[in-house]
Write a protein of this length. Structure first.
Length: 545
């Protein structure tokens, strides 16, 4: 059993004596309790021991402030939610070192996406903190600081092994992956025996406020009585509510720092689909109407249209699935295509951007088929590019990043590239297609617009007119401007899709040219509200993964 004290707590003595009485058999525990009490109550002058212990590291003012708040006001358990690129890893490392120097953390577990393990190890080594990456071997058992992939540990037999252990500190990077309590990720972290916990995420809310409630249960389960109370307080938007959030979350915005940030120049380029891609997109729409399956396959309809906006090849690949045989039967000769027909308006626009800039360009797409198509298309025009996707091993991901920095003109990344990459040498991002979630856009942009960026960053959205992308943009449009003014205030972090929903409903009811068009719009909105917020990359207990 371990004892945790919050500075200023009045009844700590009674709890301390009760804890000693129930766990007096271990001299180690006795020593730990005494050391923790000393550290909490003799540090009233808020001196950080880690500042002297890390001479080669010069933290920024906002990082020192965040660490002070976490250590002295939050008992070293918090959501570190600084905006992308402000150095949350360094803050977590300082807190870790602080606990070690105060003899409060002998066993530390750092859970990260597998692609970020090496990056964490490198950064900790640079700060003079030795650590080891868990790769399934037994050497990790004797090391005080372990870095591991949460996807590796959350499954048996490692899950049971780690549930039987006790950790003084657990750190979780990209903690927004824990925002769904039904996932194995959340349940594994929740089951760990831990004294202190740090959750690192620049996007503590991605779709709805309840995600922050889920994260809060890992920091302080008693912060809110239940989800119903949380929702009520969100709606009231009271000072008490923000006070409770401030008690568990530290969020620094870029405009609050002393750093002189470069600008974000955001532009939207509306394009007209041309030739075969337009014919295929329209034909798929007509096929669904002919099948009269909008009531039972609305989300399938929506997904196919999104793929058609990304590239013809992405849509063609999706149509090859057995579930779409009936649609393919209707399309018939439309599916017989030659390479010359695959050129898309977005491909041509991307080539134009690359030639105009004569500089490195980072392209994001949701679909691997589009990624492969763009690499092929650019190669036909003598443009060198590298790909980045989730299936690559750690070594290959680093290799792709190095190639992009030193040789290639373009990197084409899937959503896997929106986390962990440091690409300050690039100054232009092109969104070849849109996710529903605006927070994912911010994660993408944060790969380039972060500490160390010396140039203004150009952010370009490529959208197809008279397609589903117009509807998606309506849902995102009111939030995109936040990337200029910087997301971060609680009122903004806790915002929902209410404003976008009302705007979309108004459009559906007042601007639809027919009852059928209105029904389609409302069905698509219903699919968005029901399906968005489910992280399909994580194992869901309900789905049996």
């Amino acid at each position: 059993m371990k004892f945790s004290v919050t500075p200023g707590e009045e009844n700590w003595k009674e709890r301390f004596l009760q804890t000693l009485h129930s766990d007096y058999s271990s001299c180690f525990h006795m020593n730990q309790y005494v050391q923790q009490l000393q550290s909490c109550f003799t540090a009233s002058h808020r001196e950080l021991l880690s500042l002297k212990a890390l001479p080669s590291f010069k933290p920024l003012a906002h990082q020192i402030k965040a660490v002070e708040k976490a250590v002295f006001d939050m008992n070293c358990s918090a959501i570190l939610a600084d905006e992308v690129g402000l150095g949350k890893t360094a803050e977590a490392a300082m807190i870790m070192k602080e606990l070690q120097l105060r003899h409060l953390a002998r066993s530390i577990l750092i859970l990260v996406p597998s692609s970020l393990a090496g990056q964490w190890q490198t950064e900790l080594f640079q700060l003079g903190i030795p650590c080891i990456i868990h790769r399934g071997k037994k050497e990790w058992r004797n090391h005080p600081v372990i870095i591991a992939s949460i996807d590796l540990l959350k499954r048996e037999p490692l899950k049971s092994q780690f549930n039987s252990l006790s950790f003084d500190l657990v750190i979780i990077d990209e903690a927004h992956r824990l925002s769904n309590p039904k996932t194995l990720n959340y349940q594994f972290v929740s089951s760990l025996d831990k004294t202190y916990i740090l959750l690192l995420t620049a996007t503590p809310v991605q779709n709805k406020p309840e995600e922050l409630y889920t994260l809060s249960t890992l920091i302080n389960p008693a912060l809110f009585k239940d989800k119903r109370e949380f929702k009520k307080m969100v709606n009231e938007n009271s000072r008490e509510f923000h006070g409770r959030i401030d008690a568990i979350m530290i969020r620094t915005r870029k405009k609050e720092t002393d750093i002189k940030w470069t600008k974000r120049n955001i532009s939207v380029r509306w394009l007209d689909q041309s030739g075969y891609e337009k014919q295929l997109y329209i034909s798929v729409e007509k096929a669904f109407r002919e099948l009269k399956r909008l009531n039972t396959h609305r989300f399938t309809h929506l997904t196919l249209l999104k793929q058609g906006c990304s590239s013809s090849i992405a849509l063609l690949k999706a149509l090859r699935r057995e579930q779409h045989n009936d649609i393919c039967h209707i399309l018939g000769p439309m599916l017989e295509v030659n390479p010359q027909q695959l050129e898309t308006s977005k491909g041509k626009e991307i080539l134009k951007i690359i030639r105009e800039r004569k500089d490195k360009v980072l392209i994001f797409t949701q679909y691997r088929a589009t990624q492969l198509y763009l690499q092929w298309y650019l190669k036909q025009h003598n443009v060198s590019s590298v790909m980045f996707r989730g299936g690559f091993k750690k070594g290959k991901k680093k290799w792709m990043t190095d190639l992009f920095r030193d040789h290639a003109d373009v990197m084409i990344a899937t959503e896997a590239g929106s986390e962990g990459l440091n690409l300050q040498f690039c100054h232009c991002i092109v969104h070849a297609d849109l996710p529903w979630n605006p927070m994912k856009l911010e994660q993408r942009i944060g790969r380039v617009h972060r500490l160390g960026q010396k140039e203004d960053v150009e952010i370009i959205y490529l959208l197809n007119r008279t397609t589903i992308e117009e509807r998606i943009w309506q849902l995102l449009e009111s939030k995109v401007h936040l990337f200029k003014t910087i997301i971060g205030e609680h009122e903004q972090v806790l915002s929902t899709v209410k404003a976008e929903t009302e705007k979309y409903l108004k459009d559906a009811l007042l601007n639809s040219k027919s009852e059928e068009e209105m029904k389609i719009k409302l069905n698509l909105l219903e699919d968005y509200l029901e399906n968005e917020g489910v992280n399909h990359d994580e194992g869901s207990v309900q789905a049996g993964h």
